[in-house]
Design a protein around this ligand. Sequence first.
Ligand code: ACO
Length: 431
Amino acid sequence: MVESTKNATLSFDGKTLELPMYSPTSGPDVIDISKLYAQGDVFTHDPGFTSTSSCESSITFIDGEKGELLHRGYPIDQLAEKSHYLEVCYLLLYGELPTAAQLEDFETRVTRHTMVHEQMHNFFRGFRRDAHPMATMVGVVGAMSAFYHDSTDITDPWQREVAAIRLIAKLPTIAAMAYKYSVGQPFVYPRNDIDYASNFLRMCFAVPAEEYEVNPILSRAMDRIFTLHADHEQNASTSTVRLASSSGANPFACIAAGIACLWGPAHGGANQACLEMLQEIGSVDRIPEFIARAKDKNDPFRLMGFGHRVYKNFDPRAKVMKQSADEVLDLLGVENNPILQVAKELEAQALADPYFAEKKLFPNVDFYSGIILEAMGFPTSMFTPIFAVSRTIGWVSQWKEQISDPKMRIGRPRQLYTGSGARDYVDVENR
Ligand code: ACO
């Protein structure tokens, strides 16, 4: 824990409290209010946690004003350009870039855990074929705790390590199985001789009837999508994982909770919602109508893929994603795709509009990821499962950091109660 170097003074109701302050490596100072209730008999109130730090972490840093995202200090654009997903996984999980030998060992460990227990296949068959793959994933990842008992004891560092590797390795297999099940095709087993991203594409798109060759440009684009979504500090799903884990719940249950939270359209569900919005707009001439709706206070419609709680500048991931979208669409010969044209024009018109400029609303990572995934052949329902695969390393790294923290306590927020005061029960015949 960082040492307190100065205090903040809080005065209310004739009381004056001295609250310790901490200075992080980067970012704003924090005021420690953990003793506020004990010393001042008051709570703080911050719905949506807009000004509240919930933990001490050394994994990821975001400067929303500058549009900067660092993993263990390394900028995301450098990682997206020079590194690859499994190396970034190692960095997030263990804190440093691996040596060649460490990377080889890590990749081997992940590769050797990609298959799921054969009996889990029966689990998939219990779902309706038209189930959303996220619904299937929440259920199946939660069910991992019923299959991998030997890595659920969170007090044992070795079991924690095995659980982490299992989650990183098996999530692509589970997501691909959820997809195959939804389209009525046989499950495709993972292969140990191809890289993580290629293996995922193969498990999604290969069929037993013919050979499947992964295009290296698509595999690189897939790897970049995984890398760009790997972690994003204390976002809603990561905070959900940490809150679930604070009670001592097993890692598979905690990650299933994170997947459930990610599903919402304000979070990971935005990539699906964004592509559906672009399809609904349909042509460039309808863009002004949708921009007007996004600005209308009486219309709940929002421009999906725009805006972010933390970024008040370009999302640095969106810049790399945009470049990847151009490469993939060029390769696939779909650069004149009407959806892409709508996306590019919508971005230009929104950025030139004073409403979006004043509110600092810029395209986020989801604005372009959906276009790439659709060009690769994924249905929109698979966009959020792919986000879940990518973010698993972030959830796992944050979970591991939390469990190793000797000061970990159960998370238990308080409330501003506005309900009825105490009153006596009234028998039903007298109500
Ligand atoms: N379109 C139109 N107006 C918007 C948008 C948008 N996409 N986003 C925010 N605004 C407006 C709000 O109406 C609000 O206006 P007001 O101050 O006049 O009331 C103002 O900008 C601030 O918005 P909030 O909702 O208070 O910002 P918050 O930080 O709570 O929400 C969020 C952030 C949820 C991402 C929001 O911008 C949004 O709904 N965007 C669309 C969904 C999306 O793309 N989500 C993906 C996030 S990235 C990720 O999860 C990987």
